[in-house]
Write a protein that binds this ligand. Structure first.
Ligand code: CUO
Length: 672
């Protein structure tokens, strides 16, 4: 049977749980019936909660209710692992609901939300459920803290229905004195941050239940999704007259720049600590978090990882060699570097990337003398806001590239698709001339009422500004010389034509700045074929409404297959950030289109009813990654001899078109 939507998903209805008396916390037990009846009277739906014997929650409750929670802190991971295990282990949805209701009043809210989300995404009986957007539940993670007082005032004075949206300022975290602030619209984009949070929700690196972690090619996807983030950030930097980001590879040196988030956690009732300019990492000794690590640990892990890459193998816990120079190599290396529990040897290679986040996030209070919690870099839900995220991940990517550069370049037969020729590509935007993309600003509203306490209740909206582009269509001409119909995979990438100095890019640099825009399978008749593909169909992105669920007033009716699809997956690059911003005079790019032989790409599996529309960065739920080639193909390796430029790399099944991205500084309002 299709599961019921859990109560917190209902819209419009006032629903309450009928809680067994023994579920009430000590404070409310003496007045339980009074509290219950006061709330029940106003409800138009009451959900009975079964009284069951509650599993031991001591470990989940060992994290204070008003502490901060981070997946990256080993102690928190263990606590979360225990709670996920409890939620996964409940025998029925009713039992899960009971333990969730019980835990909700006792467990740290961030921890509770994380563990329940992971469980709902992975339990066979709850997989079809909709998770509310993280932004709705914890708006304090995404919004200037000043906005909350304004929202409360609006709510208390103005009736629901007449309330005006509160404007979130466009760029409030720094001034133009800081050149890095030009990138605010990328780093602080809520959709990008929600995508990243969701990605880590779908691909946890640790769980007591190994199956939750052991997803197909998850280590490779860790590499590739973050590689694309860095590529996208670097191209955005070119559009803002900034050079590529400098990797943070000397852990003893001051970290350039700073970040003052101007956000308060409503749960911890504390401001997120800032990172001051030129902070220097220190050895960590934080008893509360059970973290005792030296910078030299990071350095040792790093050196061992490089040694493994140069030797071409890692050594597992029993001393066996696991080769890196084969198709599985990048997947193994991804798990080693991140690290996940699939790392063959966490003892030897440590917990490099995760602990890098932790070191940086405690730079302001390494020994907890100031009783401060971690800064933005320690929180996966929001750390893409922080400039240092990119310094760190540029370094992580550099490590992966060290491995990729050791692989044999693709040969001509590996790249070509004999008999298939791409003879032309054009892009048409809904506005502007051919072969230009158009970008501008857009304002959209989010309903923040679920994540805030105020009276009287009802919807309150915040209005935020984000990048947007005109929808566009690719027209691709493909000739099939063969006598029969054949299948091909169309791979579309966009890369900058010139570097930060204005010099035409060399392939070896350009290849890691190629942004995947789309990938799809086509059937090719003998002779000429004209393929048209709309930007909104891209397999990189999810629609705006899915990133910000509550925005969608046109949500498909409950129980329909359309709703099933809508619900499935919040993971996916946000549609409004598909393209870089560009510049007013047109940012010059190269659009690359390739048709590869589907026989070498295909993965035979049933994709019906799966969340597969943003597979490029997120994979397909419960399925294999739907492309057998290495992620990033054909740009994931150095080019063969003689192709120092993209133009010399091309085989007949590829095509490059010069295009430009024209940015106009105008603002539209969604729906108007
Ligand atoms: Cu997603 Cu470092 O892995 O933030």
């Amino acid at each position: 049977d299709r599961p019921q939507e859990p109560v917190f998903m209902q819209k419009g209805d006032k629903v309450v749980f009928d809680i067994p008396d023994n579920f009430l916390t000590d404070r409310y037990k003496p007045i339980g019936s009074e509290v219950q009846s006061r709330h029940s009277d106003k409800a138009n739906q009451r959900i009975p909660v079964k009284s069951i014997s509650i599993p031991d929650l001591r470990i989940p409750m060992s994290l204070g209710r008003n502490e901060q929670f981070s997946l990256l802190i080993p102690r928190h991971r263990r606590i979360a692992g225990r709670l996920i295990d409890i939620f996964m282990g409940m025998r029925s949805i009713d039992d899960l609901q009971s333990v969730a209701v019980y835990a909700r009043d006792r467990v740290n809210p961030y921890l509770f939300n994380y563990a329940l989300s992971v469980a709902l995404l992975h339990r066979p009986d709850t997989k079809g459920l909709n998770l509310p957007s993280f932004l709705e539940t914890f708006p304090d993670k995404y919004v200037d803290s000043k906005v909350f007082a304004q929202i409360r005032e609006e709510a208390s004075v103005v009736e629901e229905g007449s309330r005006m949206p509160i404007i979130i300022p466009r760029d409030y975290t720094a001034s133009d004195l800081d050149p890095e602030h030009r990138l605010w619209y990328f780093r602080e984009d809520m959709g990008i941050n929600i995508h990243h949070w969701h990605w880590h929700l779908v691909y946890p690196f640790e769980a007591a239940n190994r199956e939750i972690v052991a997803k197909d090619r998850r280590g490779e996807l860790f590499y590739y999704m973050h590689q694309q983030i860095i590529a996208r950030y670097n191209v955005e930097r070119f559009c803002n007259q900034l050079p590529r980001v400098k990797r943070f590879n000397n852990f003893r040196e001051p970290i350039p720049g700073g970040y003052f988030p101007k956000m308060d956690s409503l749960i911890a009732s504390r401001a997120y600590p800032p990172r001051v300019e030129n902070s220097v990492l220190k050895d960590l000794d934080r008893e509360l978090d059970q973290i005792k690590n030296d910078i030299s640990d990071l350095e040792r892990w790093r050196d061992r990882i490089y040694e493994a890459i140069h030797q071409g193998f890692v050594v597992d816990e029993s001393g066996n060699r696991i080769q890196l120079n084969d198709a599985k190599g990048i997947d193994t290396l991804g798990n080693v570097v991140e690290s996940s529990i699939l790392s063959p040897n966490r003892q030897l290679y440590g917990d490099f990337h995760n602990m890098g986040h932790v070191f940086i996030s405690f730079v302001h209070d390494p020994d907890h003398r100031h009783l401060e919690s971690f800064a933005i870099m320690g929180d996966t839900a929001i750390n893409m806001r922080e400039p240092v995220f990119y310094l760190w991940h540029a370094y992580i990517d550099d490590i992966f590239q060290e491995h990729k550069e050791s692989l044999t370049p693709y040969t001509l037969p590996e790249l070509n698709y004999r008999g298939v020729t791409v003879s032309g590509v054009t892009v048409n935007s809904e506005s502007g001339p051919a072969d230009t993309f158009q970008t501008f600003w857009q304002q959209s509203d989010v309903n923040l009422s679920r994540g805030m306490d105020f009276v009287p209740r009802g919807n309150v909206f915040a209005r935020f500004t984000h990048l947007q582009h005109s929808p566009f269509t690719y027209t691709i001409n493909i000739n099939n010389d063969g006598g029969a119909a054949r299948f091909g995979t169309v791979r579309i990438f966009l890369g900058p034509k010139f570097d930060e100095r204005g010099t035409e890019m060399l392939f070896r640099d350009q290849r890691i700045l190629m942004l995947e825009l789309d990938k799809f399978v086509v059937s090719l008749r003998p002779g000429q074929n004209t393929i048209r593909r709309r930007s909104s169909e891209s397999t990189v992105i999810i629609p705006f409404e899915r990133t910000f669920r509550n925005l969608d007033e046109n949500r498909p009716a409950a129980g329909t297959p359309e709703e099933e699809q809508f619900n499935f997956c919040g993971c996916g690059w946000p549609e409004h950030m598909l393209l870089p911003r560009g510049v007013p005079e047109g940012f010059r790019c190269q659009l690359f289109v390739m048709v590869s032989n589907y026989d070498d790409d295909r993965v035979d599996q049933d994709l019906v009813g799966t969340c597969n529309d943003a597979a490029a960065y997120c994979g397909v739920r419960d399925r294999l990654y739907p492309d057998r080639r290495p992620m990033g193909y054909p740009f994931d390796r150095l080019p063969r001899q003689g192709s120092d430029r993209l133009a010399n790399f091309l085989t007949p099944n590829m095509f490059v078109k010069d295009v430009s991205i024209v940015y106009t500084d105008r603002t539209t309002v969604r729906g108007q």
